[in-house]
Design a protein around this ligand. Sequence first.
Ligand code: AMP
Ligand code: MG
Length: 359
Amino acid sequence: MKKTKSIKFSLFLIIIVTLFTASCTGRATQKDQLVLDPISESKLLLGTVCRITIYEDDHTHLFAKSFSRIEQIEDLMSRTKPMSEISLINESSGSGEIITLSDDTYLVLIEALDVARRSTGLFDPTIGPLVDAWGIGTDGHRIPEQDEIDRLLALVDYSRIDLQEDHKTVNLPVKGMALDLGAIAKGYAADEVRSILTEAKIESAIINLGGNILTVGKKPDGSSFRIGIQDPLSDRGEYLGIVSIQDKAVVTSGVYERFFIQDNKRYHHIIDTRTGYPVESSLLSVSIIADDSFIADALSTAAFVAGVEKGLQLIDSYPGVEAIFITEENEIILTSGISDDTIPFELLDESYTIITAGN
Ligand code: AMP
Ligand code: MG
């Protein structure tokens, strides 16, 4: 039951991406060879549906290899598996125990800390205690009392993580501190799957980890992959636009992903580190388009917390990273690389107004 919502949503995304991609491909000829229809496989991992689509034949063994790599990452970074590396680190908070990190967790933590610094703590991998208290996306979701929020907010502080880079060790110095890499782990896993596919010389594929989409190459007919951007206030699968990409990631953070509604108010899963409450702003979603899914995942969450103005500044400091902000005022704010058509964006819903950031 816990993951029903995100699983339903992920399934939905998968169907849509498949429709967009499969319908455009069919069978085509390329260099006098028959190009086969895509082959996909899905598996429930990282709390979501992970689907890999390869546009070539005879590569089914790559699915097993890819899924076992994702499983490895889940075994390290899951917050629901009691023996995961992250669970063990959290369990030992305040005990003085120093834990040696795997290379994967170390890399993800280093990147998370970098984004935390650059977002002045709006993105914070020590958000764990608040994520647990709110329980959003679980059967135990609730609105915590203000004094509980205040107490837990005091535990959220990435600068207190004692990370020894030379030894790759970590220690959380205060009891109750907890790492949560949920905003970045799927992005990392997608990039790792891409490495497996590209090492095997795959030239055309889609890695979709619960809506974190990473495309490898272009479609066999030479066209770009067309990825739908969800209308945040409509039913799943109602898209307000489509981005056309090659060799890029599209990752979205939004109010519709995991939430509950109480007294007509929506409580979603992205927590504002200033208030301890789910972020309240005019923003409904942020999609990031970048070369790597890892950074796109971290930045979509960070920019969502930061809001339009600060979020745009943050994205500006990452060369080659583009964004689509969608607001309650029916505005779609695009960074320059999208509005100048370097990354084409097709508007499907005319009730939205497109604004170019900085103008
Ligand atoms: P995403 O869907 O990638 O935006 O990630 C959302 C997840 O990131 C949540 O479910 C939490 O596990 C975690 N999270 C929530 N708020 C924050 C925050 N302010 N900084 C970092 N991670 C967060
Ligand atoms: Mg994210």
